[in-house]
Design a protein around this ligand. Structure first.
Ligand code: NAD
Ligand code: UPG
Length: 441
């Protein structure tokens, strides 16, 4: 099948390459000329495990190409929309300008027997509004939300845990059949498929992310209580996680959630519900957001509190002259994404308090430096920790989980660590002479 993918970011580039892997003829379209040049030459514009292999295989097969020109999408039977829906500059609501522009670009190319398929995460009601525009061309619209996780994006796209199609009530069966042909391989492998209306499909996506955010904030709320009473939130999570109704996944207490999805999606959900007059139903998500952001300040407080008052500066810059090593800057391991990254936010806050922050991330230094240029970016753990008075683990890359505390101790000025992700073994670190601070333990 001939397919176009509009938007070649973290979602779209993976989707385009994965669709070619499945045997489709795919063109990825994006106005970002640098991104397109990289993709067309077989280079991934961001770090995503496994993407380079399927990208190069797709290009070599002749089935995959990339372009800045929307006209190249002409004649495709399916046009996926994978452009960004970031948080608006002045409110929590989603900025839909990229989605609207992407649809407007496509309209002149559309005709009967073509299906526009939204994958971007949008506020409920968006698809119905866009369907009216698309249907004027004779084409139809479906909404097929995406559930991939960065770091696992390739496998999540090729073998998703479920497929959700939001379709028009009238043309729904025919449109679902087109999507069935796109996803034939996953369906043959038994992937559950839910065919529903636009509103339900849109809500499934934001409900899933809201649930995940709530689960993380719940355990981080338990962290706050555990810190007050001297309990251990990791043991607590293990214990409640044995209950199958609760489950241990997404009970990782620590610096909390960030990235280009969970934070902005819960804020957009609250904003949309308020517009619809049902804000109370999801008002709790504001508290989830607050709990989440408090964890970042908790790390900052642990760093400041680890110094004797006599070592601290005055007023707004208590950390003036203090040397902090920051290990990890991406919002989670196996990704170079720094959008709303808790680790990078903490590093920036520590810098704002006067600290000299020496930061190292295996994949993210360049993206982080573009947003927070004032850190001292380092090429290795050794470089970052040399002479440090405190080490902060912000992202639990495997490289950091496997650090040797005894070896590292010889390189720092003061052996104090804040494990912002509860990723290290406290006994091993304490045994090697470190003062260890975890989150909620
Ligand atoms: N990143 C994820 O893990 C993920 C997972 C599921 C859903 N989503 C959703 O997918 C959407 C895209 O997210 P992302 O992380 O890929 O964003 P991104 O910012 O990485 O990519 C968006 C891309 O769209 C391009 N673009 C902007 N206007 C365009 C236009 N008119 N035509 C073509 N391309 C255009 C941009 O240049 C950019 O490359 C969002 O709605 C997000 O919530 C993302
Ligand atoms: O127990 C946990 C699990 C995760 N996190 C944090 O939560 C954030 C999000 O993690 P994750 O959900 O794995 O990353 P994303 O790639 O942003 O994926 C989410 O957002 C995507 C975009 O909507 C969805 O498609 C995915 O299903 C959804 O998991 C990260 O900062 C993690 O560090 C925790 O703090 N504790």
């Amino acid at each position: 099948m001939k397919i176009s993918v509009k938007g070649c970011g973290y979602l779209g580039a993976v989707h385009a390459a994965a669709m070619a892997t499945l045997g489709h003829e795919v063109v990825g379209v994006d106005p970002d000329a640098r991104k397109i040049e990289l993709l067309q030459s077989g280079e991934t514009p961001f770090f995503e495990p496994g993407l380079d292999e399927i990208l190069r295989a797709g290009l070599a097969s002749g089935r995959l190409s990339f372009s800045t020109e929307t006209e190249r999408a002409a004649g495709a039977q399916v046009h996926f929309i994978a452009v960004g829906t970031p948080q608006s500059a002045d409110s929590g609501s989603a900025d839909l300008s990229y989605v609207r522009a992407a649809i407007a670009d496509l309209l002149p190319l559309l005709g009967p027997d073509q299906l526009v398929v939204g994958k971007s995460t949008v506020p409920v009601g968006t698809a119905a509004e866009l369907a009216r525009l698309v249907s004027e061309t004779g084409a139809r619209l479906a909404w097929n939300p995406e559930f991939l996780r960065e770091g696992f994006a390739v496998q999540d796209t090729i073998a998703p845990d479920r497929l959700v199609y939001g379709v028009d009530r009238e043309s729904g069966d025919a449109d679902a059949a087109v999507l069935d042909a796109v996803y034939a391989e996953a369906l043959a492998a038994g992937t559950p498929r839910i065919v529903t209306d636009y509103a339900t499909a849109e809500l499934v996506k934001v409900a899933a992310n809201s649930f995940l955010a709530t689960k993380i904030s719940f355990i981080n709320a338990m962290s706050e209580i555990a810190e007050t009473v001297g309990a251990d939130v990791v043991t607590l999570a293990d214990a409640i996680g044995h209950d199958e109704r609760i489950g241990r996944k997404f009970l990782g207490a620590g610096l909390g959630f960030g990235g280009g999805c969970l934070p902005k999606d819960i804020r957009a959900f609250v904003a949309r519900a308020e517009e619809l007059g049902t804000g109370e139903s999801v008002a709790f998500l504001k508290q989830m957001d607050e709990i989440n952001l408090r964890r970042r300040q908790r790390v900052v407080d642990l760093v400041v509190g680890s110094f004797d008052g006599s070592d601290l500066g005055d007023g707004a810059t208590p950390l003036a002259g203090r040397s902090v090593a920051m290990l990890g800057l991406s919002f989670k391991p196996n990704s170079d994404d720094v959008r709303d990254s808790p680790a990078l936010d903490v590093a920036a806050r520590l810098h704002a308090l006067g600290a000299v922050v020496s930061a190292y991330d295996p994949e993210t230094n360049r993206n982080a430096a573009a947003r927070v240029p004032d850190l001292r970016y380092c090429d290795s753990v050794e470089d970052a920790v040399r002479g440090a008075e405190i080490v902060v683990l912000g992202t639990e890359w495997l490289e950091f989980r496997e650090l040797d505390p005894a070896g590292l101790r010889t390189q720092v000025e003061r052996a104090v660590i804040v494990d912002g992700r509860n990723a290290l073994d406290p006994d091993a670190w304490r045994g090697a002479g470190w003062t260890y601070h975890g989150m909620g333990r």
